[in-house]
Design a protein around this ligand. Structure first.
Ligand code: SIN
Length: 269
């Protein structure tokens, strides 16, 4: 892959790259094309020193598709496409503490998410991403054959209702293939996650529980991961179709704060 205008520094052989040579507030068309190439190649990409305001954050997201409205968490009053990601000494929970891909409960889960942090704790607060290509590819051929054609339920109710008990809302619940094919790269990836996926449809509950437990444990293999150390004004852009991520909370009671937009996706196949 030849990059002409961006410097792309891979962070591992499987997942993650830092991108240099672009101001995300005013990217050129060629830079956007190379960012699209880089995310297809590396699954999650990172940028430093990008002081995004809400308009430039949204404009950058829209360069890759329509922005999705979060189906579980309310957006900012004047910017419904933006959700605040914030934790401080008063927080009782943080967003994304379990391995997950964003909003797989949706009928058309988001293609990608773009997180901008303006405030980071003095230590800690890293985010980890796991390659679901690697997770799939390292399964045995027998397990790949077993999973072929299976579907699973992805439910948001147990995720959001306990966090927002006062909100009277029906949260989405949808069924997706356990192994999906990436619409851009054509590669297969594992598409179940411990936050939203509750059940494999085609087998009985005990078997479903055992298989999902195995797959969730498999995803935790550090050889599939990249770990990002945030600095103020860093940006992460990840592809939800082939990654999962997890936010650490090892910085309490310090503050970590920023904003996220999600780029709409399509029906997994
Ligand atoms: C999330 O989008 O799940 C939160 C990630 C983070 O705060 O690092």
């Amino acid at each position: 892959m030849a990059y002409e205008v961006l410097e792309v520094r891979p962070l591992t052989m499987r997942i993650g790259a830092e991108i240099h040579g672009v101001d995300l507030r005013q990217p050129t068309n060629r830079q956007l094309e190379e960012i699209a190439l880089a995310i297809a190649e590396h699954q999650v990409i990172f940028f430093r020193d990008q002081p995004l305001d809400h308009e430039s954050h949204k404009a950058f997201g829209r360069a890759f598709g329509e922005l999705a409205i979060h189906s579980g968490v309310a957006g900012l009053p004047d910017h419904p496409e933006i959700v605040a990601i914030h934790a401080d000494a008063d927080s009782k929970f943080i967003a994304g503490e379990n391995w997950h891909s964003d909003l797989t409960c949706d009928a058309e889960p988001p293609m990608g998410s773009i997180l901008y942090l303006h405030t980071v704790p003095p230590v800690g607060g890293d985010t980890l991403w796991a390659s679901m290509y690697a997770a799939y590819e390292t399964l045995s051929d027998r397990m790949k054959a077993y999973l072929e054609g299976l579907t699973a339920v992805h439910d948001a109710d147990h995720v959001y209702r306990p966090l927002f008990p006062d909100v009277d809302k029906k949260y989405p619940c949808n069924v997706h293939p356990v192994v999906r094919t990436h619409p851009v790269t054509g590669k297969k990836s594992l598409f179940v996650n411990q936050s939203y996926t509750t059940r494999i449809v085609e087998v009985d509950k005990a078997e479903s529980d055992a298989i999902l437990r195995f797959l969730y444990q498999h995803v935790q293999n550090p050889n599939f991961h990249v770990r990002f150390k945030w600095r103020p004004h860093s940006v992460a852009f990840w592809d939800n179709r082939c990654t999962q991520h997890l936010a650490t909370w090892d910085y309490f009671p310090q503050t970590r704060s920023g904003f996220r937009v999600t780029v709409a996706g399509d029906k997994p196949f």
